[in-house]
Design a protein around this ligand. Structure first.
Ligand SMILES: NC(=O)c1ccc[n+]([C@@H]2O[C@H](COP(=O)([O-])OP(=O)(O)OC[C@H]3O[C@@H](n4cnc5c(N)ncnc54)[C@H](O)[C@@H]3O)[C@@H](O)[C@H]2O)c1
Length: 428
């Protein structure tokens, strides 16, 4: 590391890189600097190089303004230091590569940030781990349990840090929900449901859109419950805290002409004896209204009935903040005849946590764990379990029967190709 900052290489310079991560990396200029980017499309990589330079300059300016307004000398000094580092990052030439293989040959890269479509996960992650690089990836973790197992083995063997984008579990009230279940104050769990309603029109899948990978198994790896559902299914599984042991699902291209699911509805059994449901829809026009007209958009809702209380937690997207990023907020409420006060008292235990989070917090947390060599924020088992549950859901839907977890290694659905071996055809 030069100047004590981590050196980052970004792989994938598409929509989410331009819309989110360029800003995120400008905001963490005090601990990391992007030294290289890679994309199969040279124009996209060049564009991201340019906008990163602009973002570093604008963060330098913003930090100077914040320093001028700072009340405490230590705050002012921190802003001035960040302004200096952001301005210096803007003067460095960012190297451009074609793909992760080229980028991983760059010995100056400490951390690979993988922002490619969902099927482009396993191979770059394993290669990065073998090259001793720390890894941050967009979600979902992998297309199949086979891929997720191979990634986890490579990461553990190399001893590198790994994090997958899962910010929905970090807002204060989601942690509160987890504490409510973990503490036993809800009592024995009867059921746990999760619901996510989004809207994607047929044009979202149009093959005439440049580089469009949405809507096919090969391009996207799966639809509603895999690609989009992860936002709320991850915190759901975390809050419930018990592994899913069986699923029965209806999943498919409802109201859309695509290969995989625009709607998935699942009944679950958990190891703790509770039952539950997962509903993920990409055909809910209520979500369209929220996106167009109102500042707050619902990002998923969890409902858990315990012996002693009922808990409801929902995640919401808020309007973009002054740092240029859209925050996520959770709200948790309890209804209980006898345990209301005990549950409300748990709020004191989380009051120091942020009420809202952005991708800056997860990225900063990850980078700090690399610097300080501490445990990951989210254990590998978490995104791994999402992959397992989703593959069992697809198997159940296509075979029209309940499926027990975990999937055995010799089950055709353990691997991604196995799905097609099991009787279905890949993209035509
Ligand atoms: N966090 C969020 O809110 C959010 C929002 C949208 C998308 N995403 C996720 O981000 C990821 C990327 O989505 P996107 O919308 O930016 O997609 P995109 O198609 O706009 O961009 C992906 C880019 O990756 C490049 N690419 C593909 N394979 C590559 C390789 N081997 N080496 C180098 N470059 C490669 C493509 O050329 C493309 O430019 C997806 O997993 C998606 O689920 C997250």
């Amino acid at each position: 590391m030069d100047d004590n900052r981590l050196r980052v290489g970004i792989v994938g310079c598409g929509g989410i890189t331009r819309a989110l991560y360029v800003r995120v990396y400008a905001l963490v200029a005090d601990i990391a600097r992007v030294v290289a980017v890679a994309d199969l499309d040279e124009g996209r990589a060049n564009h991201v190089r340019t906008v990163l330079g602009d973002a570093y300059n604008s963060e330098a300016y913003r930090s100077r303004v914040l320093a001028a307004d700072a009340r405490k000398p230590e705050e002012r000094d921190a802003y001035l230091r960040k302004a200096e580092l952001a301005a210096s990052a803007a003067t460095h030439k960012i190297r451009r590569y074609r793909d992760h293989e080229e980028l991983l040959k760059d010995n100056e890269v400490d951390v690979m940030v993988l922002l490619t479509p969902p099927p482009v996960r396993a191979e770059p992650t394993i290669a990065a781990a073998e090259a001793g690089r720390h890894i941050f990836t967009e979600g979902p973790m992998a297309r199949s349990v086979e891929e997720a197992d191979a990634m986890a083995a490579a990461i553990r063997k190399a001893g590198v840090k790994y994090d997958c984008q899962l910010i929905d579990r970090f807002p204060r009230d989601m942690v509160l929900a987890r504490k409510a279940v973990e503490s036993g104050k809800l009592g024995q769990i009867g059921f746990a449901n999760v619901e996510l309603n989004l809207y994607q029109p047929q044009s979202y899948y149009s093959p005439t859109r440049a580089n469009n990978w949405h809507g096919t198994w090969q391009g996207e790896g799966g639809g509603a419950v895999f690609h989009h559902g992860r936002y709320i299914i991850d915190p759901f599984l975390w809050v419930v805290g018990s592994r899913v042991v069986e699923v029965f699902a209806y999943s498919g291209p409802m109201l859309r002409v695509i290969e995989h699911d625009s709607l998935t509805q699942v009944v679950l059994r958990f190891a703790n004896g509770a039952t539950g449901m997962i509903h993920v829809s990409l055909i809910s026009q209520s979500a369209l209204e929220v996106r167009q007209n109102v500042s707050v958009g619902l990002r998923g809702r969890i409902s858990i009935a315990g012996q002693d209380a009922h808990l409801v937690t929902q995640n919401e997207n808020l309007r973009q903040g002054p740092d240029g990023l859209p925050p996520i907020q959770s709200r948790t409420s309890f209804v209980s005849r006898d345990a209301q006060d005990a549950l409300e008292a748990l709020r004191a235990e989380v009051e120091d946590l942020p009420a809202t989070v952005t991708q800056e917090q997860q990225t900063r947390g990850f980078l700090e764990r690399v610097i300080n060599d501490t445990e990951p924020q989210v254990p590998l088992e978490v995104p791994h379990h999402h992959v397992e549950v989703v593959r069992a859901i697809y198997k159940s839907s296509e075979e029209n029967q309940p499926v027990a977890l975990p999937l055995d290694k010799d089950d055709p659905w353990y691997s991604f190709k196995g799905r097609f071996a099991a009787g279905r055809k890949p993209s035509s």
